[in-house]
Design a protein. Sequence first.
Lengths: 411, 371, 257
Amino acid sequence: MAEEIKKHRPPPDPNSAKYKLGQIAAKAYSDAQAAKDRGEPVGWCASNFPVEIPETLGLAVVYPENQAAGIAARGGGARLCEEAEGDGYSNDICAYARISLAYAKLKSAPEQDVPMPDFVLCCNNICNCMIKWYENLARELNIPMIMIDIPFNPDYEVSDEQLAYVRAQFWDAIHQLEKLTGKKWSDEKYKEVMEYSGRTSRAWLAATATARYTPSPFNGFDLLNHMAVMVTARGKKEAAEAMETLLKEYEDNHEKGVSTFRAEEKYRIMFEGIACWPWLRVTSTGLKSRGINMVTTIYADAFGFIYKDFDDMCRAYCKVPNAINLEFSRDKRVKLCKDNHVEGLLVHTNRSCKLWSGFMYEMSRQIGEACDIPVASFDGDQADPRNFSEAQYDTRVQGLMEIMEANKEVG
Amino acid sequence: MNTQEILNRFETVARDPAGQKDKYLAAGKKVVLMAPVYCPEEIVHAMGLVPMGAWGGDMELRDAKQYFPAFICSIVQSIVELGMRGAYEGASAIVIPSLCDSLKVLGQNWKYAVPSIPFIPMTWPQNRKPDYALDFTLAGLRRVIRDLEAATGATFDESKLAASIRVYNEHNAAMRDLVPALAAHPEITAAQRSAVFKSAWFMLKEEHTALVRELLSGLAAASPAAAKCPVTVTGILADAPGLTALLDEYGFQIVADDVAAESRQYRTDTPEDGEPLTRLARKFQAMDCCSVLYDPDKKRVEHIVALAKNSGSRAVIMAQTKFCDPEEFDYPLIRRACEDAGLPLIQIEVDRQMVNYEQARTMLETLREAL
Amino acid sequence: MFTLGVDIGSTTSKCAVLEDGASLTVTSIAVGGMGTRGPQEALDAVLAQAGLTLNDIASVVATGYGRARCPWTELQASELTCHALGAHMVFPGVRTVIDIGGQDAKVIALNGQGRMKSFLMNDKCAAGTGRFLDVMASVLQIPVEELGRRALRSEHPSAVSSTCTVFAESEVISQLANGVDLDDLAAGICASVAARTAALAKRLGVVPPLCMSGGVARNAGVRAALESALGAPVLTSELAQLLGAVGAALYAYRKQH
């Protein structure tokens, strides 16, 4: 029955959040290309590099992680990975990095083109693999690399020393970029960016928190698409407006008792890890066909960048997922599971991401115990299609579902 | 001791770190483990504790699999495996720096896998060159001091650190002198060379320096054997007996290395001026040419070529630790630089779990034939 | 009321018929899994033995990797649930089920009532599965059934530790070339599979009593190595290979009620 709705879906409504968010993501690429065409310098930027810096300076940047995910989702992952492997990159290396390094050489890919960079902006708060990848980009393309080191924090709180180190690097990066591009930092512009970023983030947090309703007014796979805007365009007015529209839509859905999850929601799970982009439809259908809605992921929490000043912003960048210790990571997830009435945890053991997968066994055990929910994991990869088995995924999801089903029967 | 006896002594120590640990414990000393790649050993030493390297071991992974997926490097996994099997019992703490993603993960898993040995994190800055990185480095060092005091009851005294820095700088110098001295003596096997470096991790540095100096005078008096095929080795580790045996079998002699567990440790001295702790921080700021240290100019690549050229190497052998992405990212650039310099390069995949070196054999045999 | 469980695996197909969800009527097993004539042969055999036709069966549930393409039913359950149910029926009170099949290994934790609490399965690599044993047996040029018998005779098991089937194969070949005793090699191979599975079990948490299901359960060498790695006895039964089918038949019965 629910499937019927999908088949008769109307053309996209230009006032819908989905349309607006899609436009923002697409515009990021076309704006960067336009800047390049005007002869302005363009950067390649790490996903969790402080977007406020290029935004305030008025610099066009594109996001190689975003591009790699797009290429992988459109079927180009294996081709570009193999290209990089031909150049000597091990197939054990992160597939985003392999795709991006291959693109840097080929300079074109029908799945998603980007303008070639004049500088790279690197931040390792998500992994140190990022440093190696960007070093090689900078070297191969013979362009400057601007690096902000946000160390993995073994403690729960951000220390004053870490804050001072990160703040100094933010200013260092700003000054390097001013010198490199001739653009000027403006405190007023920054204030504006900060305000939009806050508005966007508040709307995002509130929108993702509507998963507390049963059924959830949205399919969690939506978040995987919308997070691109959160990461890259948070500080723009359009982003704030689009996210506020999204929130309104989710609240309306709840009022009307409908959802973007177009099936009966029988089970609610949290999904852990980056999406399996080359197998997005398979992984999504495997859940939907069983009435399993992925109601939340750590992204729901992670991209709520709300801060009151520059220092506070630095602190926020020190607390992104993968920069924080096991206990802090666990507690954030336990809260999401409890707030959103999650009945099971599905973990993507992502071959590309050593940091995200490396302590997941222990952390997911602890989450399972704390929330009294079953945990299942499957092997996959964020962008290399060769590291996934559909049959394996299907069996594990079904196993997870059967435990959730039995748990319900017992009550 | 004659040269052979000294070499035997190094080999005994390298083969039996547990024995060394027990010896120090029996002497009433406390032992602190140092995980790869760089730890502030001088601080541990200055507090009267014995720093001992913990780089895992060649073994089958069993218990560690409860914590790690298969694609995390076997160095990190075997450290936890040894910890879970009780091999490190008696140690008062382990210092683990977060220099690569697998090391970050090691620290987090360690807390639950080996709760009997406290985890002390060492957070080095990657953006280490600017002045502002100094305070952050100092904060990282002070945190290690605080945690060590809590774990061992020992106290820190900056004047003692000055003495320990001297011990370490002297050891660095001895290890740097060692490389050309060994290169001049082809009769020293790759296995023996490896043992000299490896034993450094399991001895107090003053003891190791003395033994190395004794070896150096022995070698100075000895006449060298016939030349072998000189090579430079790079990688994280190159101590697997299966690998060193093959190097010896095919007549290769390591005349220079860029191995993390070997010469990379000894390139940079702590500078002379300033307060001891600040000097130690400055040492880290000065370090370079390493796959786990931010290297925007890729100086390591040129370093390897220069090392090979200056040592008269006829080839470069990269011992690639399986799943070590910092090294894997460098490989294509090293490969190209070697090619441009006319230096043959082979990449041999090594793994702490490996018992079969047939692939390595084929590659080394082919290289030997080509040269 | 009769219910039928069909377990379509990677290399074999198994069927079981239950009467009233309790008494095990008959079982069958045929060589050939998904995409072969195996499922049909297993079905024909089980029906013939039971003296029934498909019309006499109230409900059919399919399990195993081929479950989605079972021609006789649309009802399916994962092999996890089926092995758990089957194991609980054959070994009442069992808390941990270890299943090593042709393509994968799994460990299932049951609560005291026989309900599946959680499970873990091996990673994508084939080392540690029945397929691994097949490959190794062919390297040694002995029937796979002989591996376990030979392993038990060994006094000095050899070390087979490579993380992947391809490397392990060359490791075994070179040991063979070096004259390592066949019994010792067989023991090394069995121990290698057991070590992998034991690690999986420890990750999940080992609660006795333990039992083993799947084709590899018949390999006494693997079982003995597993017992020593886990430090606990591992129960098994003639029905080990059929627990998935038995569980599916039981699942079919329960779904009717």
